[in-house]
Design a protein around this ligand. Sequence first.
Ligand SMILES: [Zn+2]
Length: 270
Amino acid sequence: MWVTLLLISLFLFAFGAMIGSFLNVVIYRSVKGESWVAGRSKCEHCNKQIRWYDNVPLLSFMLLKGKCRWCKTPISITHPVVEFLTGTLLVWWYLGGTFFFRLTQQPFHYVQPLFWLIVGFLLVFIFVADTLYMIIPDEAVGVLLFLTLLYRISLSLSGVMQPLDFVKTILGAMICGGFFFFLWWITKGKGMGLGDVKFAVPFALLLGWPNFIIGVFVSFLLGAGVAVVLLLLKKKKMKQVIPFGPFLVMGLVLTLVWGSNMLHWYLQYL
Ligand SMILES: [Zn+2]
């Protein structure tokens, strides 16, 4: 049992890392406005085509010590980081799906794990694109919004989710989007981008009522904490912009995993 589990986990990690490798290319090319499938990957600096054996997720980065084989230009650390994240995501999904979060009711037995897997990849995509290029692509938010709405509606129609909870979740998403729009408007777009405003809607849909409030709170706490550390280390100046999307993603994930615990802990002190 455990050997099988370990072998499948290893295989899934490798497979997830390959998806991450592809995701890196997709993010880079969508930001640069290039086609996703146009040609093999090239070194951004010397334009030499990257050989397949230099393109093995995680391993190649280590073997090449993070540099291009030909021109020795450093390869962005985001490549192995994304590959590690997506590899871990797939293993977590498999183990979580095997042991924890499976609704027994058909068809959600299969739909739910698949839904969360796609959500996971979209969140990695948003996290990396905003960290590297200060952009939350509309396509990613659009797909996320569409899938999440569809998921919530089907949960509600099949009776897994109570109608009242569904209404609360929709209202919550509108309030959350409105709140971020207000922040964007009052800071004249300096505090956050419109991408964050759009992302706030599926963010609240995913967390539901009242957990999205915890999610927003955690995101701001993380963002403020990191901003203070960067200022103290003099890595950033007061006027430089730090993308907020990555903190929203982190706040979302933390609240998805520990949100109910956080709420109980907080209510104890009221
Ligand atoms: Zn090169």
